[in-house]
Ligand binder design. Structure first.
Ligand code: GDP
Ligand code: MG
Length: 752
């Protein structure tokens, strides 16, 4: 053939082989294929031939027969009759030697009631009688080695008249066969395959019964066996330990053509499969016993045969030690690698686009869940291992197991990467969804104005988030893959949800704190405002002023303010704590919240006080206080000034009384201790769990935040000395105005 084909068999080739090329090649291989040529070269197209003959996918369902025998003993003729092959036959007229070498052809009589096994490959070994032709026995020996390494059945073709001629050429050939057999198969006694030596006795006249010829041959073979040198330990081995024998006799083809053809056809039916029968091993002497017994099969898968045969021949031709187990391992490695590559093609078709999609999503920073990833991975994984097993498990078990593990780790590491990226996408989107859902639910609750249950919202949304993640993870679980567990990822996810929850809870705490502070502010606005308003009434709450004494309402202004303040904050603390606990805030978080609340409340109070003592406000209050004392009598009745009244005396008394308010107002002091309230102790130390973020928006407080360099005294200073002096001057002016007015009205009243 001039057509070049790849020499290695391929699964893909089997299904994709172009029909045009096939037709052309079929013609090219009409006479079979010359596996080994006269120059001892191996034909690199053997796999092409096996592919054309559809033997490649046969697995172990094929058989190999080799035919040996002297030149021109009708070997090729017999094969062509038996199997419908077209091996070269020496023409009756020319009687020229046909080409030396080993030819192979597939049985053409398969099926159609022939009773023959499928996929019988026949090797016609030419030129195995170098001895007769005076040539060296090199080719004979090499051919015998090759045939024994590959074939289940060796047909030995001899003339009837050669039987019993112990010195004949056939015995030389058989001696070679026995020797190479020992060389090949004795090394590893566990893997000894038996071979069938099938003697076909030609030109049987019928005068000597087959049984007699058979016995003569067996005796000669035993004699021959005893003469060959055996490896130590095998001195007593018998020929039957390695070979089974069968015999058949055929009539003369030229003299009895019809009988010859009938016998050949009968012989053809023996080329069928039988079962190993321990009782039957040794001699297959029944005329119609099947000859393909499982024990003869060399167990080289059909798709590896060409590579194996080439390897074997390469060892033989280079006179290397032919070690079949090693050859089989090498073949297994070669084929398993090849099969791996082939089965990965279908896997890549499914998996590579998914990997690319993930990579693209990652590049865009948008990891997304791939729909149907689980079924895709499971199907692809199941298929690749199944395909690998189907094709590769026929090869050397150890190599197959190792290569399968290699393939598994390659496949699983890719699937694992896919799974993990999917899980991390599920993680990311799950956390995001959770955070948004909680925020939205809180916002919804706030809008309705109803008191929503934050803890309940978190719990509900977390439940949803967890079951979504688990569903996503379960959807990509891989059957029978221990690495496909997501316990660890689930834990991390849970941890992140908890972190988000706690961040959301902190935000919720802040919102709560803001609400409570607002409440404190409005309460203090009102109640502290009322206390300062009371200053406008100079008669206080309990009776008339005597001897410059201040009524209790003025004297204990700060006690009342402090009490109102602490009571209000205490109320607020209780509200805060109750609510915070309802959404599972930790004791530490509550502690920090309360600490912040106290500080912020103090700032609110301080601002309120500052507002009350603002110039205009306080001056008005002092004026009201003074007027109250000056213009009303002890019983609270407004005075009608008469010129006889001691206007000046009353004025001085009222003015002095009001003036004493200024120092009182200027310091926040408790009457009992005459010192500032215990603000530092009341606020307390910053809790240990307070974070910088918690302190960020806090105003420093003198005497509490020591490093502020401001004392509690300073914090409690409401009016500075300068302000007091200024206020005094202004107040006096106002009082003076009131006095002058009173004087005028006294005179006016008189004139009227
Ligand atoms: P090979 O060299 O062993 O393959 O022998 P061939 O098949 O080429 O045949 C050699 C010659 O023997 C041819 O001329 C055949 O016609 C002849 N021949 C074939 N079969 C028989 C047979 O059964 N008996 C005899 N006497 N001659 C045969
Ligand atoms: Mg021939």
């Amino acid at each position: 053939s001039n057509i070049k084909h790849p020499s290695a068999p391929s699964l893909m080739m089997n299904s994709h082989f172009a029909s045009v090329g096939e037709e052309a090649s079929k013609e090219a291989y009409e006479h079979g294929i010359q596996v080994i040529d006269g120059d001892k070269l191996f034909n690199e197209h053997l796999s092409t031939y096996l592919n054309i003959e559809k033997v490649i996918p046969a697995g172990f369902n094929y058989h190999l027969i080799s035919v040996f025998g002297s030149q021109s003993t009708g070997k090729s003729t017999l094969l062509n009759y038996l199997f419908g092959t077209q091996f070269g036959v020496m023409s009756e007229q020319e009687r020229r030697q046909t080409t030396k070498g080993i030819w192979m052809s597939k049985n053409k009589r398969e099926g159609g009631g022939s009773g023959m096994a499928e996929n019988i490959l026949v090797m016609d070994v030419e030129g195995t009688d170098g001895r007769e032709r005076g040539e060296d026995q090199d080719f004979e020996r090499k051919s015998a080695l090759f045939a024994l390494a590959t074939s289940e059945v060796l047909i030995v073709n001899i003339w009837e008249h050669q039987v019993g001629l112990y010195q004949g050429a056939n015995m030389g050939l058989l001696k070679t066969v026995f020797e190479v057999n020992l060389q090949l198969f004795v090394k590893d006694s566990r893997t000894i395959p038996r071979s069938l030596l099938f003697f076909v006795i030609r030109d049987h006249l019928g005068t000597t019964p087959l049984k007699n010829l058979q016995n003569t041959l067996l005796q000669d073979l035993s004699k021959l066996w005893s003469t060959i040198s055996k490896p130590t330990g095998l001195d007593n081995s018998r020929i039957e330990d390695y070979f089974d024998f069968a015999f058949v006799a055929l009539p003369h083809k030229i003299l009895q053509p019809e009988k010859f053809e009938a016998e050949v056809q009968k012989l053809g039916t023996r080329f069928r499969e039988g079962y190993n029968d321990p009782k039957k091993s040794g001699l297959l002497d029944e005329a119609d016993l099947p000859i393909f017994l499982p024990q003869y099969h060399r167990r080289i898968p059909a798709d590896g045969f060409a590579v194996y045969a080439e390897g074997v021949w390469d060892q033989i031709v280079n006179n290397k030690d032919l070690d079949l187990p090693t050859q089989q391992e090498l073949l297994a490695q070669f084929r398993c690698d090849e099969i791996s590559r082939e089965v990965l093609i279908a896997f890549d078709e499914v998996i590579t686009p998914l990997e690319e999609k993930q990579a693209e999503d990652a590049r865009m920073g948008k990891p997304a869940l791939l729909p149907d990833l689980g079924p895709a991975m499971n199907t692809a994984r199941g298929k690749i291992f199944q395909d690998f097993e189907t094709n590769a498990s026929r090869y050397h078990k150890g190599v197959y197991t190792r290569k399968r593990a290699e393939l598994e780790s390659k496949v699983d590491s890719r699937l694992k990467a896919l799974s993990q990226k999917q899980l991390s996408a599920a993680h990311k989107s799950g956390v995001e969804t959770f955070s948004n859902a909680v925020s939205a639910a809180v916002k919804g609750g706030q809008k309705k104005g109803a008191s929503y249950d934050f803890a309940q919202i978190v719990e509900t949304e977390k439940g949803k988030a967890l079951s979504k993640f688990e569903a996503d993870a379960q959807a990509i679980a891989i059957e029978g893959a221990s690495w496909s567990s997501y316990t660890q990822e689930l834990k991390l996810y849970q941890k992140d949800l908890d972190e988000v929850s706690s961040r959301l809870r902190k935000e919720e705490m802040r919102r709560l704190a803001t609400r409570v502070e607002r409440w404190v502010r409005s309460r203090l606005d009102e109640s502290v405002g009322l206390e300062f308003n009371k200053l406008g009434s100079g008669r206080g709450g309990s009776g008339a002023p005597e001897h410059g004494e201040r009524p209790p309402s003025e004297k204990d202004l700060w006690d009342r303010v402090w009490n109102i303040f602490t009571d209000t904050v205490s109320d607020a603390e209780k509200r805060f704590t109750d609510r915070a606990q309802s959404f599972d805030a930790s004791p530490e978080e509550v502690e920090v919240g309360l600490w912040r609340l106290r500080r912020k409340s103090w700032a609110v109070l301080r601002a309120k006080i500052d507002e009350e003592v603002m110039e205009g406000n306080i001056l008005l209050k002092l004026r009201e206080n003074f007027e109250d004392k000056f213009r009303y009598d002890e019983s609270g009745v407004p005075r009608i000034w008469r010129p006889t009244d001691d206007i000046e005396g009353l004025y001085t008394k009222a003015r002095e009384s009001t003036i004493t308010l200024i120092p009182l107002l200027s310091r926040f002091k408790l009457s009992k201790t005459a010192s500032p309230p215990p603000l530092d102790a009341w606020i307390g130390n910053a809790p240990p769990s307070v974070s910088p973020a918690d302190e960020e928006d806090l105003t420093p407080i003198g005497g509490v935040d020591e490093d502020e360099g401001k004392s509690l005294e300073e914090e409690m200073t409401i009016l500075s000395d300068a302000k007091q002096a200024d206020l005094l001057v202004r107040f006096k002016k106002t009082a003076d105005g009131v006095y002058v007015e009173a004087k005028r009205s006294a005179i006016g009243g008189m004139t009227q």
